[in-house]
Ligand binder design. Sequence first.
Ligand code: NAD
Length: 251
Amino acid sequence: MRGLADRVALVTGGASGIGRATAARLVEEGSRVVIADLDGRAAASVARELGAEAGLACDVTDTAQVDAAVAHCSRELGGLDLVHANAGAPFTGAITEVDDETLDRVLDVNLKGAFKTCRAAAGALRARGGGAMALTSSLQGVMARPGFTPYTAAKHGVVGLARGLALELADDGVRVNALAPAPTETPMLPAFAGAMGGDVDEAYERFRAGIPLGRLAAPRDIADAVCWLLSEEAAMVTGHVLVVDGGITVG
Ligand code: NAD
């Protein structure tokens, strides 16, 4: 894809699932990738495996750690061009089960973590004269389902964040878009399956039955869409929510 080779890219939550697949595709495209993940050991080992530049321990809820990950890109790799703000954590449960601590955790990781990542990266991308960010929202960012409410609220917030930043950073040559993935086969998916009732296999079947293309998304399906949004092939696309859902939202 045009515009990915030799660019410095930061992927949060890049040690697993969708983030790992994005990191892999970006490395294939010749980007210089820094993986930042709560699990620093996994980040380092995935970075080695993929041939990425670095794998850092980084909790996106902690401003200092996020700032340090961006500073690493500037210091060690000369700057930052591309960001996949992807780290997230699942939640399912009825609203009356959501105590303050749980609510804070779900919003901190999924919404405020994305905000902190974009805030830290904005200055670095401006300094390069432009760049692109892709934020992993969810189908729960564009529609809703009972039993996911704090997660749904956070992921709707991620869409708002992408739209607001797209306008705020347009003059700086920075494009900002969001992804709304369908259920994707990653280690996170079983956590959502609980809300579907029955055991995990039954829940997966129910997920599949609701997807017109007849299969769950693979991490690579989402990564390919992320990389397109980050590439120069999407040069006129900003403030967009790219639904990658096998047709779920069509009707
Ligand atoms: P995953 O569990 O495979 O990967 C998530 C990664 O994020 C893990 O490596 C984890 O260590 C990291 N992480 C968690 N909290 C973090 C924090 N505070 N700071 C930094 N890293 C942190 O899950 P995934 O399915 O690849 O999820 C990636 C993103 O996709 C999430 O934002 C998730 O909400 C979203 N999403 C997933 C699905 C799905 O069905 N799997 C669907 C729609 C959206």
